[in-house]
Design a binder for this molecule. Structure first.
Ligand code: NAP
Length: 256
């Protein structure tokens, strides 16, 4: 049966979403896409307040409620305060997108303990802390969707990124464990694993490296943040109501 607007399975009306790292790149696009689908959206950032405020303005101009909260996702206290503030202002969070991430690339022999720790703390521990902070309310509401942004390199590995690949692989374990743990409460937990998406994170790569990477992408181009946002929208929506514990690769075929 065709979907009428009143029966749109991608409709997120009345939902409240939190997108970590929503000030730039993929997170920004996810936040705007969820808002376009009808959700009220809170975004988190760690340093770029003016960019975060721009995203909030764009979401409000779509007729949704929004706010931005500065918090370092690896700091427990800041995460709980953030979740409390959002629940107070927008209502209970139904959709969490663990998107905040950083890279500190180095070869293993040169990698400092700090480079290792920062990447694991932000990408993996941050997702654990944010998930733990929202799950209690999701359990009470008997519904929720958590989407973790992993990476194709979490499945394949990548030289010079042992910290990042370990954290992104860890996110896959977190996704599958929480999916099993929370399924009986109607909370679905999935991950999206992007390939090379054009954002500030990939902007830093040399032209030579970019052209070498293109050789490994069967579809022959880099991805756009919207490609990732569309997969997140699907997983957050009622259209994915029977899907949990899955990893969707949005990578132009790199991970085949
Ligand atoms: P980006 O452009 O570098 O943006 C990173 C975002 O994370 C920013 O909003 C930043 O906030 C936020 N952030 C960083 N550290 C944080 C912290 N400690 N606490 C809270 N927020 C923090 O990155 P991106 O390319 O959009 O990547 C988004 C996600 O996709 C990451 O998890 C990344 O690992 C993953 N990913 C990206 C690619 C790619 O090709 N780009 C591929 C695979 C996976 P500020 O603006 O305040 O700094």
């Amino acid at each position: 049966m065709a979907n009428s607007p009143a029966n749109n399975p991608l409709d997120l009306k009345e939902q409240v979403a939190l997108v970590t790292g929503g000030s730039r790149g993929i997170g920004r696009r996810i936040a705007l896409t969820l808002a376009q689908a009808g959700a009220h959206v809170a975004i988190n950032f760690v340093s770029n307040r003016s960019l975060a405020e721009e995203v909030v303005e764009q979401i409000r101009s779509l007729g949704r409620q929004s706010l931005c909260v500065q918090a370092d996702v690896k700091v427990e206290e800041q995460v709980s305060q953030m979740v409390e503030e959002i629940s107070r202002e927008l209502g209970k969070i139904n959709i969490l997108v663990n998107n905040a991430g950083v890279t500190r690339d180095n070869l293993i022999m040169r990698m400092s303990r700090e480079e290792w720790q920062e990447v694991v703390d932000v990408n993996l521990t941050g997702a654990f802390l944010c998930s733990r902070a929202v799950v209690r309310d999701m359990v009470k509401q008997r519904s929720g969707a958590i989407i973790n942004i992993s990476s194709v390199v979490g499945l394949r590995g990548n030289p010079g990124q042992s910290n990042y690949c370990s954290a992104k692989a860890g996110l896959i374990g977190l996704t599958k464990s929480l999916a099993r743990e929370l399924a009986s409460r109607n909370i679905r937990v999935n991950a999206v694993a992007p390939g090379y998406i054009l954002t500030d994170m990939t902007e830093r790569l040399s032209e030579e490296l970019k052209s070498r990477i293109l050789d490994y992408i069967p579809l022959g181009s880099f991805g756009d943040p919207q490609d990732v946002a569309d997969a997140v929208l699907f997983l957050a929506s009622p259209m994915a109501r029977y899907i949990t514990g899955q990893i969707i690769l949005v990578d132009g075929g790199m991970g085949i």
